[in-house]
Ligand binder design. Structure first.
Ligand SMILES: [Zn+2]
Length: 370
Protein backbone atom coordinates (compact mmCIF):
# COMPACT_ATOMS: atom_id res chain seq x y z
CA UNK A 1 0.00 0.00 0.00
CA UNK A 2 3.01 2.27 0.49
CA UNK A 3 3.21 3.29 -3.21
CA UNK A 4 -0.29 4.78 -3.01
CA UNK A 5 0.68 6.87 0.02
CA UNK A 6 3.94 7.91 -1.61
CA UNK A 7 2.01 9.00 -4.70
CA UNK A 8 -0.12 11.31 -2.55
CA UNK A 9 2.97 13.34 -1.78
CA UNK A 10 3.68 14.01 -5.42
CA UNK A 11 4.57 17.73 -5.72
CA UNK A 12 1.99 18.25 -8.46
CA UNK A 13 -0.83 17.48 -6.02
CA UNK A 14 -1.99 20.50 -4.05
CA UNK A 15 -2.29 19.90 -0.30
CA UNK A 16 -6.07 20.22 -0.63
CA UNK A 17 -6.29 17.52 -3.32
CA UNK A 18 -3.80 15.21 -1.57
CA UNK A 19 -5.66 15.47 1.75
CA UNK A 20 -8.99 14.70 0.07
CA UNK A 21 -7.48 11.63 -1.62
CA UNK A 22 -5.98 10.50 1.68
CA UNK A 23 -9.30 10.73 3.53
CA UNK A 24 -11.71 9.58 0.85
CA UNK A 25 -9.64 7.04 -1.12
CA UNK A 26 -6.89 5.74 1.17
CA UNK A 27 -8.82 5.17 4.40
CA UNK A 28 -11.45 2.78 2.97
CA UNK A 29 -8.70 0.58 1.48
CA UNK A 30 -8.25 -1.31 4.72
CA UNK A 31 -11.91 -1.58 5.69
CA UNK A 32 -12.59 -4.81 3.76
CA UNK A 33 -9.69 -6.56 5.53
CA UNK A 34 -11.02 -5.43 8.92
CA UNK A 35 -14.55 -6.59 8.10
CA UNK A 36 -13.44 -10.05 7.08
CA UNK A 37 -10.78 -10.84 9.70
CA UNK A 38 -10.97 -10.69 13.50
CA UNK A 39 -9.15 -7.77 15.15
CA UNK A 40 -6.68 -10.09 16.85
CA UNK A 41 -5.29 -10.92 13.38
CA UNK A 42 -5.47 -7.41 11.96
CA UNK A 43 -4.25 -5.35 14.92
CA UNK A 44 -0.59 -5.14 13.87
CA UNK A 45 -1.50 -4.28 10.30
CA UNK A 46 -4.03 -1.70 11.56
CA UNK A 47 -1.37 -0.02 13.71
CA UNK A 48 1.01 0.10 10.73
CA UNK A 49 -1.77 1.47 8.49
CA UNK A 50 -2.63 4.16 11.07
CA UNK A 51 1.02 5.20 11.27
CA UNK A 52 1.14 5.43 7.48
CA UNK A 53 -1.98 7.60 7.38
CA UNK A 54 -0.76 9.95 10.12
CA UNK A 55 2.70 10.25 8.57
CA UNK A 56 1.10 11.13 5.23
CA UNK A 57 -1.20 13.67 6.89
CA UNK A 58 1.72 15.33 8.68
CA UNK A 59 3.60 15.58 5.36
CA UNK A 60 0.61 16.81 3.37
CA UNK A 61 -0.31 19.44 5.99
CA UNK A 62 3.35 20.49 6.45
CA UNK A 63 3.04 20.14 10.21
CA UNK A 64 6.74 19.54 10.85
CA UNK A 65 6.00 17.68 14.08
CA UNK A 66 8.28 14.85 15.11
CA UNK A 67 7.23 13.14 17.26
CA UNK A 68 3.56 13.86 16.74
CA UNK A 69 1.98 15.16 20.00
CA UNK A 70 -0.78 12.85 21.22
CA UNK A 71 -3.48 15.56 21.14
CA UNK A 72 -2.64 16.41 17.50
CA UNK A 73 -2.90 12.71 16.60
CA UNK A 74 -6.29 12.58 18.33
CA UNK A 75 -7.58 15.65 16.48
CA UNK A 76 -6.41 14.25 13.15
CA UNK A 77 -8.25 10.97 13.76
CA UNK A 78 -11.46 12.40 15.25
CA UNK A 79 -14.36 12.67 12.81
CA UNK A 80 -15.15 16.09 11.40
CA UNK A 81 -18.42 16.23 13.32
CA UNK A 82 -16.23 16.40 16.45
CA UNK A 83 -13.88 19.00 15.00
CA UNK A 84 -11.27 16.52 13.77
CA UNK A 85 -9.87 15.81 10.32
CA UNK A 86 -11.79 12.58 9.73
CA UNK A 87 -8.72 10.31 9.45
CA UNK A 88 -10.44 7.53 11.37
CA UNK A 89 -8.06 5.14 13.17
CA UNK A 90 -8.27 1.57 11.87
CA UNK A 91 -7.19 0.31 15.30
CA UNK A 92 -10.39 1.86 16.66
CA UNK A 93 -12.47 0.71 13.71
CA UNK A 94 -11.29 -2.90 13.36
CA UNK A 95 -13.51 -4.42 16.06
CA UNK A 96 -16.54 -2.40 14.86
CA UNK A 97 -15.92 -3.54 11.27
CA UNK A 98 -15.57 -7.22 12.24
CA UNK A 99 -18.66 -7.26 14.48
CA UNK A 100 -20.68 -5.23 11.96
CA UNK A 101 -19.80 -7.67 9.20
CA UNK A 102 -20.60 -10.74 11.36
CA UNK A 103 -23.94 -9.23 12.40
CA UNK A 104 -24.89 -8.55 8.78
CA UNK A 105 -24.03 -12.12 7.78
CA UNK A 106 -25.49 -13.79 10.89
CA UNK A 107 -28.84 -14.82 9.43
CA UNK A 108 -27.13 -16.45 6.43
CA UNK A 109 -24.71 -18.48 8.54
CA UNK A 110 -25.29 -22.20 9.13
CA UNK A 111 -27.04 -23.37 12.30
CA UNK A 112 -25.22 -22.97 15.65
CA UNK A 113 -24.16 -26.63 15.65
CA UNK A 114 -22.30 -26.11 12.40
CA UNK A 115 -20.73 -23.03 13.90
CA UNK A 116 -19.19 -24.84 16.83
CA UNK A 117 -15.81 -24.17 15.27
CA UNK A 118 -16.61 -20.48 14.99
CA UNK A 119 -14.26 -19.09 17.53
CA UNK A 120 -16.34 -17.58 20.29
CA UNK A 121 -13.10 -16.21 21.66
CA UNK A 122 -12.74 -14.01 18.58
CA UNK A 123 -16.15 -12.46 19.13
CA UNK A 124 -15.38 -12.08 22.83
CA UNK A 125 -12.11 -10.34 22.03
CA UNK A 126 -13.75 -8.01 19.50
CA UNK A 127 -16.48 -7.12 22.01
CA UNK A 128 -13.87 -6.47 24.70
CA UNK A 129 -12.44 -3.72 22.47
CA UNK A 130 -15.82 -1.98 22.34
CA UNK A 131 -16.28 -1.35 26.06
CA UNK A 132 -17.42 2.26 26.04
CA UNK A 133 -20.24 3.88 28.04
CA UNK A 134 -23.73 3.95 26.50
CA UNK A 135 -22.93 1.16 24.03
CA UNK A 136 -24.99 -1.94 24.77
CA UNK A 137 -24.00 -5.08 22.85
CA UNK A 138 -25.11 -8.69 23.39
CA UNK A 139 -22.76 -11.11 25.15
CA UNK A 140 -20.43 -13.06 22.87
CA UNK A 141 -22.36 -16.34 23.13
CA UNK A 142 -25.62 -14.61 22.12
CA UNK A 143 -24.16 -12.20 19.58
CA UNK A 144 -24.82 -14.23 16.40
CA UNK A 145 -28.24 -15.46 17.52
CA UNK A 146 -29.38 -11.89 18.38
CA UNK A 147 -28.07 -10.55 15.07
CA UNK A 148 -29.75 -13.40 13.12
CA UNK A 149 -33.08 -12.72 14.84
CA UNK A 150 -32.96 -8.97 14.43
CA UNK A 151 -30.17 -7.72 12.13
CA UNK A 152 -28.84 -4.48 13.63
CA UNK A 153 -28.72 -1.46 11.36
CA UNK A 154 -25.27 -0.07 10.50
CA UNK A 155 -23.62 -1.75 13.50
CA UNK A 156 -20.10 -0.84 12.35
CA UNK A 157 -21.07 2.83 12.23
CA UNK A 158 -22.86 2.67 15.61
CA UNK A 159 -19.89 1.05 17.38
CA UNK A 160 -17.25 3.22 15.69
CA UNK A 161 -19.23 6.39 16.52
CA UNK A 162 -19.56 5.38 20.18
CA UNK A 163 -15.80 4.78 20.38
CA UNK A 164 -15.09 8.14 18.72
CA UNK A 165 -17.56 9.95 21.00
CA UNK A 166 -15.75 8.45 23.97
CA UNK A 167 -12.33 9.48 22.64
CA UNK A 168 -13.53 13.03 22.08
CA UNK A 169 -13.98 13.49 25.82
CA UNK A 170 -10.31 12.63 26.32
CA UNK A 171 -9.30 15.80 24.45
CA UNK A 172 -8.24 18.61 26.76
CA UNK A 173 -11.23 20.65 27.91
CA UNK A 174 -9.54 24.01 28.57
CA UNK A 175 -12.00 26.88 27.76
CA UNK A 176 -10.12 28.04 24.63
CA UNK A 177 -10.01 24.54 23.18
CA UNK A 178 -13.60 23.74 24.19
CA UNK A 179 -14.99 26.80 22.43
CA UNK A 180 -12.79 26.07 19.41
CA UNK A 181 -13.99 22.45 19.13
CA UNK A 182 -17.58 23.50 19.76
CA UNK A 183 -17.37 25.94 16.86
CA UNK A 184 -15.73 23.31 14.65
CA UNK A 185 -18.68 21.01 15.27
CA UNK A 186 -21.14 23.47 13.72
CA UNK A 187 -22.40 23.39 10.14
CA UNK A 188 -19.93 24.81 7.65
CA UNK A 189 -16.78 24.56 9.78
CA UNK A 190 -15.43 21.58 7.82
CA UNK A 191 -16.45 22.72 4.35
CA UNK A 192 -12.91 23.78 3.46
CA UNK A 193 -11.71 20.23 4.16
CA UNK A 194 -14.39 18.52 2.10
CA UNK A 195 -14.74 20.94 -0.85
CA UNK A 196 -13.71 19.47 -4.20
CA UNK A 197 -11.23 21.91 -5.79
CA UNK A 198 -13.04 21.78 -9.11
CA UNK A 199 -13.03 25.57 -9.65
CA UNK A 200 -10.82 28.42 -8.45
CA UNK A 201 -13.32 29.66 -5.82
CA UNK A 202 -13.32 26.21 -4.21
CA UNK A 203 -9.52 25.87 -4.20
CA UNK A 204 -7.11 26.82 -1.43
CA UNK A 205 -3.45 27.58 -2.21
CA UNK A 206 -1.06 25.36 -0.25
CA UNK A 207 0.03 28.14 2.13
CA UNK A 208 -3.59 28.91 3.08
CA UNK A 209 -4.39 25.21 3.49
CA UNK A 210 -1.41 24.71 5.85
CA UNK A 211 -2.43 27.75 7.92
CA UNK A 212 -6.06 26.65 8.10
CA UNK A 213 -4.94 23.18 9.26
CA UNK A 214 -2.69 24.69 11.96
CA UNK A 215 -5.54 26.87 13.20
CA UNK A 216 -7.93 23.92 13.27
CA UNK A 217 -5.35 21.91 15.23
CA UNK A 218 -4.72 24.86 17.57
CA UNK A 219 -1.00 24.88 16.77
CA UNK A 220 1.00 28.07 17.28
CA UNK A 221 1.77 29.87 14.01
CA UNK A 222 5.50 30.12 14.88
CA UNK A 223 7.57 27.53 16.75
CA UNK A 224 7.53 28.82 20.33
CA UNK A 225 11.24 28.16 20.81
CA UNK A 226 11.92 31.11 18.52
CA UNK A 227 9.15 33.57 19.42
CA UNK A 228 6.87 33.56 22.44
CA UNK A 229 5.24 37.00 22.19
CA UNK A 230 3.86 39.19 19.43
CA UNK A 231 5.03 42.77 18.85
CA UNK A 232 1.73 43.90 20.41
CA UNK A 233 2.85 42.34 23.70
CA UNK A 234 0.31 39.49 23.55
CA UNK A 235 1.34 35.90 24.06
CA UNK A 236 1.56 33.98 20.77
CA UNK A 237 -1.35 31.66 21.41
CA UNK A 238 -2.52 29.52 18.45
CA UNK A 239 -5.22 32.03 17.48
CA UNK A 240 -3.38 35.22 18.47
CA UNK A 241 -3.49 36.66 14.95
CA UNK A 242 -7.29 36.50 15.04
CA UNK A 243 -7.31 38.98 17.91
CA UNK A 244 -3.96 40.83 17.62
CA UNK A 245 -4.69 44.53 18.13
CA UNK A 246 -1.90 45.54 15.70
CA UNK A 247 -3.14 43.36 12.87
CA UNK A 248 -6.82 43.29 13.53
CA UNK A 249 -8.04 46.33 11.66
CA UNK A 250 -6.11 45.68 8.45
CA UNK A 251 -6.46 41.88 8.32
CA UNK A 252 -10.18 42.01 9.18
CA UNK A 253 -10.72 44.49 6.34
CA UNK A 254 -8.80 42.33 3.86
CA UNK A 255 -10.70 39.19 4.91
CA UNK A 256 -14.02 41.03 4.67
CA UNK A 257 -13.19 42.33 1.18
CA UNK A 258 -12.27 38.84 -0.10
CA UNK A 259 -15.39 37.23 1.36
CA UNK A 260 -17.62 39.99 0.01
CA UNK A 261 -16.15 39.63 -3.50
CA UNK A 262 -16.86 35.88 -3.38
CA UNK A 263 -20.40 36.43 -2.13
CA UNK A 264 -21.13 38.97 -4.88
CA UNK A 265 -19.70 36.64 -7.51
CA UNK A 266 -21.79 33.66 -6.27
CA UNK A 267 -24.96 35.79 -6.14
CA UNK A 268 -24.38 37.03 -9.69
CA UNK A 269 -23.78 33.48 -10.85
CA UNK A 270 -27.14 32.56 -9.30
CA UNK A 271 -28.75 35.17 -11.61
CA UNK A 272 -29.17 37.83 -8.91
CA UNK A 273 -28.04 41.45 -8.96
CA UNK A 274 -26.51 42.45 -5.61
CA UNK A 275 -25.73 46.16 -5.28
CA UNK A 276 -22.58 46.81 -3.21
CA UNK A 277 -22.74 49.81 -0.91
CA UNK A 278 -19.82 52.19 -0.54
CA UNK A 279 -17.65 50.95 2.31
CA UNK A 280 -17.02 53.39 5.16
CA UNK A 281 -14.90 52.99 8.29
CA UNK A 282 -17.91 52.98 10.60
CA UNK A 283 -20.03 50.86 8.28
CA UNK A 284 -23.00 53.26 8.30
CA UNK A 285 -24.62 51.10 5.65
CA UNK A 286 -24.70 47.30 5.32
CA UNK A 287 -22.53 45.68 2.60
CA UNK A 288 -25.13 44.89 -0.07
CA UNK A 289 -28.63 45.56 -1.23
CA UNK A 290 -30.46 42.79 -3.05
CA UNK A 291 -33.93 42.52 -4.54
CA UNK A 292 -35.23 39.00 -3.96
CA UNK A 293 -38.79 37.84 -4.71
CA UNK A 294 -39.93 41.46 -4.88
CA UNK A 295 -38.44 42.39 -1.49
CA UNK A 296 -35.47 44.60 -0.74
CA UNK A 297 -32.88 42.85 1.44
CA UNK A 298 -30.01 44.60 3.19
CA UNK A 299 -27.14 42.14 3.65
CA UNK A 300 -24.14 42.56 5.91
CA UNK A 301 -21.31 40.05 6.03
CA UNK A 302 -19.19 39.59 9.13
CA UNK A 303 -16.86 37.12 10.86
CA UNK A 304 -16.50 36.67 14.60
CA UNK A 305 -13.94 34.69 16.58
CA UNK A 306 -15.57 32.31 19.09
CA UNK A 307 -12.43 31.85 21.21
CA UNK A 308 -11.62 35.56 21.65
CA UNK A 309 -11.00 36.67 25.26
CA UNK A 310 -14.28 38.63 25.30
CA UNK A 311 -16.30 35.67 23.94
CA UNK A 312 -14.75 33.38 26.57
CA UNK A 313 -15.26 35.92 29.40
CA UNK A 314 -18.93 36.35 28.57
CA UNK A 315 -19.47 32.59 28.11
CA UNK A 316 -20.73 33.11 24.53
CA UNK A 317 -17.82 31.07 23.15
CA UNK A 318 -18.94 28.10 25.20
CA UNK A 319 -22.40 27.96 23.64
CA UNK A 320 -23.01 26.55 20.13
CA UNK A 321 -22.73 29.51 17.73
CA UNK A 322 -22.89 31.81 20.78
CA UNK A 323 -20.41 34.31 19.32
CA UNK A 324 -22.21 34.30 15.94
CA UNK A 325 -25.62 34.84 17.57
CA UNK A 326 -24.29 37.81 19.51
CA UNK A 327 -22.91 39.34 16.29
CA UNK A 328 -26.26 38.77 14.53
CA UNK A 329 -27.99 40.57 17.39
CA UNK A 330 -25.56 43.51 17.31
CA UNK A 331 -25.93 43.90 13.53
CA UNK A 332 -29.72 43.76 13.71
CA UNK A 333 -29.70 46.46 16.39
CA UNK A 334 -27.32 48.60 14.34
CA UNK A 335 -29.31 48.53 11.09
CA UNK A 336 -32.89 48.25 12.39
CA UNK A 337 -33.66 51.95 11.93
CA UNK A 338 -32.11 52.17 8.46
CA UNK A 339 -33.94 49.04 7.28
CA UNK A 340 -37.27 50.42 8.55
CA UNK A 341 -36.59 53.76 6.86
CA UNK A 342 -35.93 52.11 3.48
CA UNK A 343 -38.67 49.49 3.87
CA UNK A 344 -36.10 46.71 3.66
CA UNK A 345 -35.42 43.48 5.53
CA UNK A 346 -32.03 43.33 7.16
CA UNK A 347 -30.21 39.95 7.03
CA UNK A 348 -26.96 39.51 8.97
CA UNK A 349 -24.62 37.05 7.23
CA UNK A 350 -22.34 35.91 10.03
CA UNK A 351 -19.64 33.24 10.15
CA UNK A 352 -17.41 32.18 13.00
CA UNK A 353 -13.69 32.25 12.19
CA UNK A 354 -13.69 28.44 12.02
CA UNK A 355 -16.08 28.63 9.05
CA UNK A 356 -19.20 27.79 11.12
CA UNK A 357 -22.31 29.38 9.59
CA UNK A 358 -24.81 31.29 11.74
CA UNK A 359 -28.50 30.52 11.41
CA UNK A 360 -29.55 33.54 9.29
CA UNK A 361 -26.70 32.92 6.83
CA UNK A 362 -27.68 29.25 6.51
CA UNK A 363 -31.29 30.21 5.85
CA UNK A 364 -30.22 32.82 3.30
CA UNK A 365 -28.02 30.28 1.45
CA UNK A 366 -30.88 27.78 1.48
CA UNK A 367 -33.25 30.41 0.08
CA UNK A 368 -30.82 31.36 -2.68
CA UNK A 369 -30.14 27.78 -3.69
CA UNK A 370 -33.74 26.55 -3.65
ZN1 LIG B 1 -0.26 40.74 18.38
Amino acid sequence: MEPFFRALRHPQFTAQAAFLLLRVCALPKFNYTCRTLPPRLTSEACAAFDRLVLRSAVDILHLELDPLPAEVGTLLTLPMRHGGFGLRSMMDTASAAFLGSLATAARHLPSPELLRDTPLARIEHALSLCQVPRLRLPAANAFLACAARRPPKALQHVIASAIEDFRMWSVDSAPGLSSHLLSLRQTGASNWLTAIPSRPEHSLPNGDFYLAAQLRLRLTPCPSIYVTHCACGGELLPDHFMVCKHLRRRSVTVRHTILLQLLVSFLREAGLSPIPELRTDDGERPDLRLYLDGCLLMLDLSVTHPSSPSALRSGRGLRPLGAARQREYEKRQKYAELAALEDATFVPLVLESTGALAEDLRQFLHRISS
